[in-house]
Design a protein around this ligand. Sequence first.
Ligand SMILES: O=C(O)CCC(=O)C(=O)O
Length: 326
Amino acid sequence: MKVDNHQEEVRQPALDTLPPPIERVHISSLRPEEFVEHYQRKDIPVIIKGLLDREPDWNLHYLCQHIGNQEFPIRYYGRERYKQDKRQWTSSGSGVEARTLLFSEYAEMLRSGEAYEQDAYLARCSLQDTSLADASTLRRAEAWLRLRLPATSLNLWVGPGGHTSCLHYDAMDGVLMQLHGAKKILLFPPPQTYNLYPIPVFKQLRYGLQLRAVYSQVYPEHPNFNAFPKFRQALPHCQEGILSRGEILFIPAGWWHEVTALGNGIVCSVNRFWNVFPFSRAMCSWNKWRAHLGGVLAAPHIGWNFLTALTSSNHHRELSKLVQRL
Ligand SMILES: O=C(O)CCC(=O)C(=O)O
């Protein structure tokens, strides 16, 4: 991929003043029905404290004990990626090159600093077939929040401090539970979509699911205002917060979020995506329709990749790579 040096030169710090904080509540002053009425149904993000106090620390030792012998795809982002102009990207998120490793091998990379150097990240990996899938505190927290209609299993996110999951949105409600270390969160509401310069949907015709239109082309913390002038209009709508161990972030469908792992050690979270409820919320979400439109445009590319994988000599590996991306 090409680095556009001109773009580098004109990037500027985004904010002169601190953005307002993401709302934060303790369960001692929130009833479950209030979470549903005040936050979920109104599409308002919130950090909730007090639901995960009894959960053990998901540090490397704990993770190796439970899943050390299981394989996971590790995404290799590389340290150069975030120096590039995002308009030149040909992959993002699950489209980034991944290699399958035992968790214990990845743990070694985290300990030695290699994971940091290569910006190697274990992202959104299902915990379904692992002993961690039964984590009762996490399930009780979900039940307390009255969450209904899960769209996925519990997913694991583990990586080195310094990794950033770039500004994007999801078509489903997300609940991110912080279990080791802390993350910095930036949020922008759905009406800001076109001030955040999303990757054009038609690009999914060419790149399929490798480059999804749910990603922004702006680096929110050092934006290129010459290329993306309307981003100035989005800035007053930004909210920021630190998600610390034991806290839960509710991200309503369609809300843009950038997530950066803090510190020098490993950072671990678990999330689950939920179908948008009630359905009127889903029907009214343009960002959700937009994400689905990208999926439809990606279909020929997916079909072609599927055929190529089937006919390749290593079809088992190629097919499983494709399924991971889906
Ligand atoms: O923790 C991360 O790196 C990203 C999490 C995320 O994007 C999500 O929970 O939707």
